[in-house]
Design a binder for this molecule. Structure first.
Ligand code: HEC
Length: 251
């Protein structure tokens, strides 16, 4: 009995520690793997803003192109650099040892990041950079304290002047119905090219893509799951009558 209780506790422990996220409140987003347009935009954003430092070394260009409905030619022309081939794994040229010197930590591979951190964490992290002159790249992050990554999306978001409140409830003035505060960045030191809402949508697409990346066969599995259940339902009819047949003379 003791053993059983201990193993039950151990089984739920990772879930508890993950859910607590070291006390940081997270903003919520609901990934939508059926939204091809969003995934395509996410793939383009990842290629342009992240692939300089982060690889997707367990994924192939071709698989992404096929899954997201992008033709191989279009993918090769727009989303691949150098002499990479469409059938190759997505590696990057930056040597990990140099990267460690430049950033303190080498940028990790992000193929499985969607599964490791989850959509909410990523969605909040990418919107939680703020100015901090004491850091080497002048920014810190409200979700990942003292992160080595620069704010690479600053051109789009701008640079937040204060540590943003994450996971905040929207506060609405009950008389006028106007939003008084909604968390996130309230004041910018430098404006970016996107509005707050547009930036949220951009990060949504990017995270949607990372979630897809962590489990590319998810949609196929779901579709197959329906067929399996239909088959079992169909089989049940026969098994039921067979059972009746076997037992009909036994009383
Ligand atoms: C200039 C290089 C650089 C670019 C470009 C870059 N990153 Fe990073 N990133 C890093 C470094 C370095 C770290 C490791 C930071 C650390 O551990 O302190 C990191 C860490 C991360 C992490 C946290 C990993 C973890 O779980 O510990 C995520 C998520 C991430 N990056 C996402 C992105 C995304 C998405 C983009 C594109 C919008 C991007 N990064 C672009 C350098 C970069």
């Amino acid at each position: 009995m003791k053993k059983l209780i201990a193993s039950l506790v151990l089984a739920v422990l990772p879930a508890i520690s993950l859910a607590s996220g070291a006390g940081v409140h997270l903003d919520h987003m609901k990934p939508d793997l059926h939204d091809k347009a969003s995934l395509q935009k996410g793939a383009a954003l990842f290629t342009n803003y992240c692939m300089g430092c982060h690889s997707l070394k367990y994924a192939r260009y071709e698989r992404i192109a096929n899954d997201l409905g992008i033709s191989n030619e279009l993918y090769e022309q727009n989303l691949m650099f150098g002499d990479a081939k469409i059938g190759e794994l997505i590696n990057i040229a930056m040597p990990a040892s140099n990267a460690k010197t430049w950033f303190g930590n080498p940028p990790p591979d992000l193929t499985l990041e969607g599964r490791l951190r989850g959509a909410d964490w990523l969605y909040t992290y990418l919107r939680a950079f703020y100015v901090d002159p004491s850091r080497p790249y002048g920014v810190n992050n409200a979700v990942f304290k003292d992160v080595g990554m620069p704010h690479v999306l600053a051109g789009l978001q701008g640079v937040c002047a204060h540590k943003p409140e994450t996971g905040a409830e929207k506060k609405v003035d009950s008389l006028s119905g106007r939003i008084v505060s909604e968390g996130g960045c309230e004041e910018y030191l430098k404006e970016g090219s996107l509005s707050k809402k547009e930036y949220d949508e951009t990060v949504y697409d990017l995270v949607n893509f990372l979630v897809y990346m962590g489990e590319p066969s998810r949609l196929q599995s779901e579709r197959l799951g329906v067929y399996v259940l239909l088959f079992l339902a169909f089989l049940f009819v026969f098994v039921y009558f067979l059972n009746r047949e076997y037992w009909k003379d036994v009383h």
